[in-house]
Design a protein around this ligand. Sequence first.
Ligand code: SDX
Length: 435
Amino acid sequence: MEAPATETAKLAFAGKTLELPVIAGTEQEKAIDIAALRDKTGAVTLDLGFGNTASCLSAITFLDGERGVLRYRGFPIEQLAEYATYSETAYLLIYGNLPVKRELEQFTSRLADRSGLPEGMEDFFDHLPKGIHPMAVLFSAVAALSGYYPELTHPNPTREEIDSIILTLLAQIPTIAAYSYRKGNGLPVIPPRRDLSPTTANFLHMMFGPAGADGKPDEVVVSALRKILILHADHEQNCSTSTVRLVGSSRANAFVSISSGIGALWGPLHGGANQAVIEMLEKIHKDGGNFSKYVALAKDKTSGFRLMGFGHRVYKNFDPRSRILKSSCDQVLERLGVRDPLLDLAKRLEEAALKDDYFVSRKLYPNVDFYSGIILRAIGIPTDQFTVIFALGRLAGWLAHWREMLESPGFRIGRPRQIYTGSTERRFVPLAQRG
Ligand code: SDX
């Protein structure tokens, strides 16, 4: 994976002029390569929150925040959400191309072979604090899973071992999520079934048991979950994916690298926003639906209140996923015969915000989390499981980036610099003299 230097950037600093190479990606994004900067100038760059810093070269996902474009390995998200299965999408993200029939059958069969938890893992869920959040369970269970696969935890896995790690995590994390839900609610676990699609129908079966007359989950519900998982499958170097890469860059094993991504995703500014959106909408609904009051609160810096599900570091026009989910809300709720007052409220809140200069001037639009919770509620997912569903979708992206990093020629441990602003040198004062 290369990005050729196409031109140079001149930097005049400390009486010198430095020529730095400028590289271009396949979508003509430009980056100034500052690898030689500190050696040549003694200075580093400062970029709080990494808003202007590329951490890697990647061929997995392209997004254009200004044009609202999102493509997985070149395929527009709109097409994948409409036509692909989650397994196809996961295979595409991880291996680079859509699988042919034989490849997909082999991939899904291998996932089915591995979807049961290892002997003894089920007891893990019986020794957790009561009421523990499902993301805390997922975070710890995925790290603990490494104890059952010591042969997959050494720092230099072969390509076969990488494939085995990917299949194990893709197959078992949905089972962990479902078992956590069942055990956390005092329900007997429901083992996975081989005859259901691995991460969608099989997950719903393990969560809620046999549904329709044929004992399979409702097709409308399966399709809604499929679309949600695909829309959440990857998003280039977001907070949690960057975390997976940074932890993996120390050659920590994939189990703890993915577990670290789960931890980062839980934050309400990131994947935890989908739960926070519903909690916000419920609060507004209980408060008589007075959304104008909350729009005003969101604009008041002293309130500490944010319009959850609004704003994005990259999308400054619209989040294409939010558009797909908004129209999906109407379809899914209608086909399930569900009326949710929070959907009407969400639409009115969006309309009010998009007419308000505070949001328009800051380019704050609904993001992927604004409508996803409405659909998850409609298909019966409990609110505290919303971010777990986000993690089930994002798992394919995390694994794709972990594999790409391990195989990239420039692979080295991630170690950012800093600018020190603390005390300059001072001498130790014995306690007796400190007063
Ligand atoms: C995800 O990176 C990804 O790709 C993430 C993601 C993925 O798929 O992985 O897309 C998933 O995490 C989506 C985002 C989910 N989070 C939320 O919905 C939480 C609410 N939104 C924010 O807190 C915020 O918008 C972020 C975290 C999403 C982005 O934060 P930034 O880029 O650091 O922007 P900022 O906090 O610097 O805000 C810029 C301005 C500030 O006002 P000023 O200082 O300029 O006056 O916009 C304001 C902020 O106060 N602002 C908001 C706001 N979001 C930003 N004001 C009110 N409500 C909001 N939601």
